[in-house]
Design a protein. Structure first.
Length: 251
């Protein structure tokens, strides 16, 4: 059974104008055109339209979609590729939603988020490199360090690490506001979990290393300002907590 352009438009939730444009550029041709000039679509055309709309949801351009579909007419392989892309997009969107929620909470509570918290969940290496540009430039000019460069393969790892950093720093800031002492067991657990995460993800950091790092933050204007902007006294609280954790870990 063939469907009219109006029926396909209503079924697929696209405009008739869009279907006409797809026909004009050769992306989706109707099965046939009736003697009266009506475009008619069959099952194969509906399946192709579904594939097109999946790619549009993934923000591919029409030219990209046309090239991909014309070079790979196998519907199963196209759908499998689209499934993987959509799963990846879904995971990224969940991370972005978490970032939005944290941002809203921070605004309500009058807390300034740490720089890397603002960018958890960004989609690609370009966005990460833009987010890190100020810090990278500072470290290069001040300490002669190589510029920070995020590659495409690093993005998911960066997002995971940023999400963990958000949780850790938020816990520390909240503990400071709540009046918890820097050497309490709960604070030690936060630091232990943070270091365990970093070590599992290839960042070898001992309790001594972490204590040294937090002391460095107190001497470095860039990092000190970043921490103090999130919560007044946080840099000093973090350094004291790290020193207490190091002392405990020696026992």
């Amino acid at each position: 059974m063939l469907l009219s352009v109006k029926e396909v438009s209503e079924m697929a939730h696209v405009t008739i104008k869009t279907l006409h444009h797809y026909h004009k550029i050769g992306l989706l041709k109707p099965t046939e055109i009736s003697e009266a000039g009506y475009r008619l679509y069959g099952e194969k055309e509906l399946q192709r339209l579904q594939e097109i709309l999946f790619y549009r949801e993934l923000e591919f351009s029409l030219d990209q979609i046309k090239e991909i579909m014309n070079s790979n007419p196998d519907r199963k392989s196209i759908l499998e590729k689209q499934e993987a892309l959509l799963i990846s997009k879904s995971q990224r969107l969940h991370t972005l939603i978490d970032t939005i929620k944290l941002t809203i909470t921070s605004m309500k509570e009058g807390i300034t988020m740490e720089n890397n918290q603002l960018f958890a969940g960004f989609a690609n290496e370009r966005q990460w490199n833009e987010a890190l540009e100020e810090q990278s430039k500072y470290l290069e000019e001040t300490y002669g360090m190589e510029p920070l460069k995020v590659q495409e393969a690093d993005v998911q790892t960066m997002n995971e690490q940023a999400a963990e950093a958000v949780t850790f720093m938020s816990n520390m800031a909240e503990s400071l506001r709540a009046g918890l002492k820097h050497n309490e067991a709960k604070i030690a657990d936060y630091i232990k979990n943070h270091l365990d995460f970093l070590n599992r993800h290839g960042h070898k950091l001992s309790a001594l290393d972490f204590a040294s790092q937090t002391k460095f933050f107190l001497q470095d204007d860039f990092h000190l300002s970043m921490l103090e902007a999130q919560q007044t006294g946080l840099a000093y609280y973090l350094a004291a907590a790290a020193e207490a954790y190091q002392a405990q870990s020696k026992r």
